[in-house]
Design a binder for this molecule. Structure first.
Ligand SMILES: Cc1cc2nc3c(=O)[nH]c(=O)nc-3n(C[C@H](O)[C@H](O)[C@H](O)COP(=O)(O)OP(=O)(O)OC[C@H]3O[C@@H](n4cnc5c(N)ncnc54)[C@H](O)[C@@H]3O)c2cc1C
Length: 269
């Protein structure tokens, strides 16, 4: 491996996994369809070192209290006779160690246990989370960075934009429903932030991100790309970058964060 390839190799870090029953201490709509839930309590030892990290959040049957499982060889094991909660992946948006708070941003898409839980969440409720189990850290050793995704990826893409160092050249293409859903980020990086709007078309049904990428002239040099959002979109963007723009597949990470029409589904590409 050349020195440059070694410098660019992603580093995988493992974390101790444990379950945490956290208190909801804040509920705020950062845009009309994005609700930030602030959690506090048992966050000792919580680590989230990479923008693509995820926690598992457990959503109890409405009207029942969260039950804390034990971690066995097959993951979380719940006491016999208790209904298994629904489990979904979410990005740790901000962990503030000093304040002992963890922010998670939920898209209020209107269907499903996670979105429904977030829509009714109030201060004083509790949420059970596990993880992150590990982090992948992409060194800032590339000529530029491409980020693309829909609103489910906004927490991860926002983290990446905020964490990239001064001088890093980053282009982000993000799909949201409309102007009111756009978020702005503080960053030292040289950021080109492009939003595309669905304007009422259902999420996961448009080619807006791909079409915008096709229009763009990319900077010279080697890029690292992080693509996340609806699965077919993410796959199509990877294919486009590899087949039509000659990107190195090793330097693309594409994730299907959700699958149109399927509950509890996600896919790596
Ligand atoms: C690593 C990772 C990190 C993630 N981080 C976040 C995050 O920080 N914030 C966030 O909001 N989501 C995030 N997601 C996506 C989230 O886990 C999914 O959207 C999940 O399906 C939501 O669960 P649910 O119970 O609301 O809906 P489900 O029960 O899973 O699905 C019910 C129906 O809703 C559809 N659906 C699911 N999500 C959406 C959506 N966003 N828009 C429209 N329809 C949808 C499904 O296709 C299905 O038809 C992440 C996913 C992964 C894999």
């Amino acid at each position: 491996m050349s020195d440059l390839a070694a410098a660019r190799a992603p580093q995988r870090v493992r974390h101790e996994t444990r379950m945490r029953l956290l208190d909801v201490v804040g509920v705020a709509d950062i845009t009309p369809l994005m609700r930030r839930i602030t959690l506090s309590g048992d966050l000792v030892g919580f680590v989230s070192a990479g923008h693509a990290d995820h926690i598992k959040a457990f959503f109890p049957t409405p009207g029942t209290d969260p039950v804390v499982p034990v971690l066995g060889p097959n993951g979380a094991e719940f006491p016999e006779g208790t209904p298994r909660p629904q489990m979904r992946d979410y990005t740790p948006r901000y962990f503030d160690k000093a304040a002992n708070t963890l922010d998670i941003d939920f898209v209020l898409h209107g269907d499903g246990p996670a979105s429904s839980w977030a829509a009714q969440a109030t201060i004083g409720q509790q949420l059970l989370i596990g993880g992150p189990r590990g982090s992948m850290i992409v060194p800032p050793a590339y000529d530029w960075y491409l980020l693309a995704g829909d609103e489910t990826a906004l927490p991860a893409l926002g983290r990446r934009i905020e964490e990239l160092p001064k001088g890093a050249n980053v282009i982000a293409v993000i799909e949201v429903d409309n102007l009111a859903e756009e978020q702005r980020f503080k960053t030292k990086a040289d950021l080109t932030l492009i939003y595309v709007h669905r304007n009422g078309q259902p999420a996961g049904t448009t080619a807006l991100i791909l079409n915008k990428l096709r229009e763009l002239q990319f900077p010279a040099g080697e890029a690292h790309s992080y693509i996340a959002g609806e699965s077919a979109m993410s796959r199509a963007v990877r294919q486009f970058l590899e087949a039509e723009r000659g990107f190195n597949p090793e330097y693309i990470r594409a994730a299907g964060y959700w699958v149109l029409g399927e509950a509890d589904a996600h896919e790596p590409h």
